[in-house]
Ligand binder design. Structure first.
Ligand SMILES: [Zn+2]
Length: 357
C-alpha cells in the first residue's frame, strides 16, 4: 500500500479516518501493517501490500494475527448492517470467484490458456468497448477499478495513462497484486466491498466496474455507493448484465438454481460438458438460435463464470438511468440499442454517468 492512498481511505464501517501503523515498508509501499479506525477502533490488516478492509472470513486473518501478535477480536468479523442473505452471498462469492481468479490467474494477461486464450491486447480492446472510456477520459486521472478480478482491466487503465487503484472483495485481490507487479506499473490494490466502500466521499476522478455489480445482490445500491466516491464532474462507467427475453430468463433461472448448488469440482465438470456442447452447436451453425433459449458462451471461462455466480441480477437501461438521475449523475455515454427484451438474447449494459450535482 502506498502511504499516499491513506488520504483517500476511510473505515468502511463508520467512514472515519484511519491511522496507519507500519510493520514492514519497501520502496513499493507498506508490505505489512495495520490501519486502525480513529472512531470505532477496528483494526484492518495490511498484508502482501493489500489493506484488508473486509470481514475476517474473506482473507487469512489467522496467520496475520499470529505473525504480528494482533488480537483477533480487534478485527472486523461481520458487516454490522449486513443481512444474512448478503453475507452468505459474499462468502459464496469469495469461494467461487476467489477460486475462479486463482484458476484463471493469467486470463487476459497471457494467451497461454488454450481455448480460453485472452491476451492483453484483448483486455485493452474490451476495456474501450465495454467501458466506453479511452485515454482522453482517464489519462492522468485517479481511477478506481471496483471489482478488479485478476487485474487485467486495471492494466488497461494503466496503459491508457490513469493512476489506478484496484479493489476486489475476494482473494482475487492477491492475484491482481501479483499480476500488476509483473508489469512496470505500481499496484495499489485494496481488498474491499463495493457495498461498504473503504474510500471517502468525492476522491476519485473515474470509477469503473466491469461485470461486478450484478453479483453483489444489491446492484443499484452498489451504483449509489460508487457514485458517492466520485468527485464532481467525475465519470462512473458501469458494465453489467442486461435483461434478455423472458423464456431465456426463465430457463436461466431454472438452470442456475441447480448449478449454484454445485461444488467447485462439479462446476468444472459442468463447464467442460457445456463447453463441448457449445462447440458442437457452433459447428452446426446454431449458436444464435440456441442462445435465445439458454445462456451459452464460446469460451469455457465465460461458462464457468456465468454458472458459478451465486447471484446474477439483470437490469435495463431505464433502471440504470433512473438510478443515475436519483443520485446526481447525467448519462454521458451509453451503448443502448433500443431493443425490447423480446428482441434480445443475453446481453449487457454499458453506460457512463457524469456527476453533475
Ligand atoms: Zn470505524
Amino acid at each position: 500500500m502506498l502511504t499516499s492512498l491513506l488520504e483517500c481511505m476511510c473505515c468502511p464501517v463508520c467512514k472515519s479516518d484511519l491511522l496507519l501503523k507500519t510493520f514492514e515498508k519497501t520502496p513499493l509501499g507498506v508490505r505489512e501493517g495495520i490501519l486502525v479506525c480513529k472512531h470505532c477502533n477496528i483494526v484492518y490488516p495490511i498484508s502482501n501490500f493489500i489493506p484488508r478492509m473486509v470481514p475476517t472470513s474473506l482473507y487469512d486473518s489467522v496467520t496475520f494475527c499470529n505473525t504480528h501478535s494482533i488480537k483477533a477480536e480487534a478485527l472486523l468479523h461481520n458487516w454490522p448492517d449486513c443481512p444474512q442473505d448478503i453475507s452468505s452471498i459474499q462468502s459464496q462469492t469469495q469461494n467461487n470467484f476467489g477460486h475462479e481468479w486463482e484458476h484463471y490467474a493469467s486470463l487476459g494477461w497471457t494467451s497461454s490458456t488454450g481455448e480460453d486464450a485472452s491476451d492483453l491486447q484483448e483486455s485493452m480492446m474490451w476495456f474501450k468497448e465495454k467501458l466506453l472510456l479511452d485515454s482522453s477520459d482517464i489519462a492522468g486521472k485517479l481511477l478506481l477499478d471496483a471489482g478488479c478480478g485478476n487485474g487485467r482491466f486495471s492494466y488497461a487503465a494503466f496503459e491508457l495513462g490513469a493512476n489506478v487503484v484496484s479493489m476486489d472483495l475476494t482473494r482475487a485481490a492477491d492475484v491482481a497484486q501479483n499480476n500488476i507487479f509483473q508489469t512496470k506499473n505500481i499496484p495499489q490494490v485494496v481488498q474491499g466491498d463495493i457495498l461498504h466502500l473503504p474510500f471517502k466521499t468525492g476522491v476519485f476522478d473515474i470509477i469503473f466496474t466491469l461485470g461486478v455489480i450484478q453479483h453483489t445482490g444489491k446492484a443499484l445500491q452498489a451504483v449509489r455507493t460508487l457514485a458517492d466516491a466520485l468527485k464532481k464532474e467525475g465519470l462512473l462507467s458501469v458494465r453489467t448484465y442486461r435483461r434478455g427475453n423472458q423464456r431465456l430468463e426463465d430457463n436461466d433461472a431454472a438452470i442456475r438454481a441447480v448449478t449454484t448448488q454445485f461444488s467447485l469440482q462439479e462446476l468444472h465438470e459442468f463447464s467442460d460438458l457445456l463447453h463441448g456442447l457449445t462447440r458442437f452447436i457452433m459447428k452446426k451453425g446454431l449458436f444464435g438460435a440456441v442462445a435465445r433459449h439458454i445462456n451459452i458462451f464460446p469460451k469455457r471461462y465465460d461458462i464457468f463464470d456465468w454458472y458459478a455466480a451465486p447471484v446474477a441480477e439483470k437490469l435495463t437501461y431505464r433502471e440504470m438511468r433512473d438510478t443515475f438521475a436519483s443520485i446526481g449523475l447525467t448519462t454521458f455515454r451509453d451503448s443502448d440499442d433500443d431493443t425490447t427484451p423480446e428482441d434480445r438474447t443475453f446481453g449487457a449494459i454499458s453506460i457512463v454517468g457524469q456527476k453533475t450535482s
